[in-house]
Design a protein around this ligand. Structure first.
Ligand SMILES: Cc1ncc(COP(=O)(O)O)c(C=O)c1O
Length: 349
């Protein structure tokens, strides 16, 4: 064992990656810096409103804020509360609908909430929220009103004494399209819908976009990208300057002649975008607490050794957001060392 230290949560961590109990979330410090820097150069300051749902970590949000992104996008009330508590509440957007906004109205922060119905406008007004964006359905069948209803909802919000800052519309159906031209076309069509709504709503803010569209969405005044900081194998497929920074450290706990088993499974990994990957091997399947993997297709079975029981491996998640939400903390690592351990403090609802 290396030296050990107790952090704020009373959790004993090693100063070396080898000391960490597994499964453990690792965040490569240099890759994180690279991803944050590349995005900040592309979308400086308020052009980026980082979405914190991807990392749920106020320490990581602090890094984004230090790079000049003082406004944040959230998906849950808990994320809004956590950022306000961390002193990062200059301009928080809940890009999601809520029917009880009282916890938001009580925050010591600038709070804006997405609304797409009479009910959510009432909830914002009754909860003491002062500012809203009209959320528009731009093609993803999720939240958002039809573009032709946006103007009348804005009028209603104003009658309820809410400040309407503008519109938002998330083109999530375009994000993972591998063909860049096809993706850009769908983003453009989505932004046409948002532009029509914005013409009726007014306001300075047009909030949209994500990691898959940050480079081709020139219409939005601010981009809500989140995954770019950590990345995952699903986003890696569309080709971008961002690199996978998040890994799950696991220990090989069993081995057979043609496969090995490590101690991380679907309770430690978001699986909705498919199986995780393990460099040099082929993942067979995940169960609750196990990942079973074998030699990669075409490998010479004699030449490629499977890891031995006790070996540590790195597993790359297919979808970062739900993966992070399973864990209490993430370890910032450099080489073999643990630099810092950050709580995933924005988890829950
Ligand atoms: C409302 C909203 N905005 C933006 C994003 C973009 O996030 P990412 O950059 O992780 O794709 C998402 C992701 O689901 C979202 O739900």
């Amino acid at each position: 064992m290396g030296m050990v230290a107790k952090d704020g949560g009373g959790y004993v961590t090693g100063n070396f990656i080898d000391d960490l109990p597994t499964p453990a979330l690792l965040l490569d410090a240099a890759t994180l810096d690279h991803n944050l820097k590349v995005m900040s150069e592309a979308l400086p300051g308020p052009r980026l409103r980082p979405h914190v749902k991807a990392h749920k970590c106020s320490e990581l949000a602090r890094r984004q804020s230090k790079l000049g992104h003082r406004g944040f996008t959230c998906a849950t009330v808990r994320e809004m509360e956590g950022l306000a508590r961390a002193g990062l509440g200059d301009d928080l957007l809940l890009a999601n609908e809520v029917l009880d906004a009282r916890r938001l109205g009580a925050l010591d922060a600038r709070v804006t909430v997405a609304v797409d119905s009479e009910e959510t406008i009432d909830a914002a007004a009754m909860g003491g929220v002062r500012e809203v964006l009209i959320d528009v359905n731009v093609g993803l069948p999720r939240c958002g009103c039809d573009p032709d209803r946006a103007g009348s909802l804005a009028d209603l919000a104003r009658r309820k004494k809410l400040e309407v800052r503008g519109v938002m519309g998330y083109e999530g159906h375009a994000m993972l399209i591998e063909d860049a031209g096809e993706r850009a076309g769908i983003v453009a069509a989505s932004m046409d819908r948002l532009a029509a709504a914005h013409a009726d709503v007014g306001g300075d803010v047009i909030s949209a976009g994500g990691t898959g569209s940050y480079a081709c969405n020139g219409f939005a005044t601010e981009i809500q990208a989140g995954s770019y900081a950590l990345m995952d194998t699903a986003y890696a497929k569309i080709g971008s300057p961002f690199r996978p920074a998040l890994f799950l450290l696991a220990t090989v706990i069993s081995r057979s002649s043609n496969y090995a088993v490590a101690d991380c499974g679907l309770k430690a990994l978001g699986m909705d975008h498919g199986d995780p990957t393990i460099d040099g091997y082929r993942v067979w399947f995940c169960s609750d607490e196990h990942v079973t993997f074998g030699r990669a297709e075409g490998d010479d079975r004699e030449a490629v050794a499977l890891p031995r029981v006790g070996d540590r491996i790195r597993v790359v998640p297919a979808h970062v957001d739900p993966t992070v939400a399973y864990h209490e903390r993430v370890h910032l690592v450099s080489g073999e060392g643990v630099v810092e351990s950050w709580p995933i403090d924005l988890r829950g609802w």
